[in-house]
Write a protein that binds this ligand. Structure first.
Ligand SMILES: [Zn+2]
Ligand SMILES: [Zn+2]
Length: 156
């Protein structure tokens, strides 16, 4: 998203941007995350003496993978944008790319362990059956932690 702020000369002058950015994916931890639909941005820019203050919000839908059952699911993100660009740091007032700022705002909202449903049962660790779709016949050992300690002790 490119801003042209060359016309904001007076301190206190403002500008509003409403934009839909079409991107199909963003990079996140050396992986790609797909997006469904555009990133919708509504942004107010205010000129101050030394900076431009950016305030607004953005909305987008990511396609995340469930950390338990590995299924892909849609995840809607709404973030408030609150940023400030120092005028000294801006090379070209006609051409300010704030897209990297928007991406880092989005990335902060991505859960570390996404779940397609908070009650997701995940996959059987033995046969890989998706336990949301039905049980398998594997015997999952439920080891009492106290017995486990005893077992370790005996092995020594
Ligand atoms: Zn899941
Ligand atoms: Zn199983």
């Amino acid at each position: 998203m490119i801003l042209d702020l060359s016309d904001l000369k007076e301190v206190g002058s403002q500008k509003n941007y409403v934009k839909e950015i079409e991107v199909s994916k963003i990079d996140y931890r050396h992986k790609e995350i797909k997006l469904k639909g555009p990133i919708k941005v509504n942004l107010d820019v205010l000129k101050t003496e030394r900076s431009f203050v950016l305030k607004g919000d953005l909305e987008c839908t990511l396609v995340l993978q469930c950390s338990r059952c590995l299924k892909y699911f849609d995840y809607m993100i709404e973030v408030e944008i609150s940023d400030e660009l120092n005028i000294e740091d801006i090379e070209d007032l006609h051409n300010i790319n704030i897209f990297p700022h928007l991406v880092s705002d989005i990335i902060l909202e991505i859960p570390i362990k996404p779940l397609h449903d908070e009650n997701c049962k995940g996959l059987c660790p033995i046969c890989g059956q998706n336990l949301n779709e039905g049980d398998c016949d594997c015997e999952v050992e439920n080891i009492d932690p106290r017995l486990e300690k005893l077992k370790e002790f005996k092995q020594k």
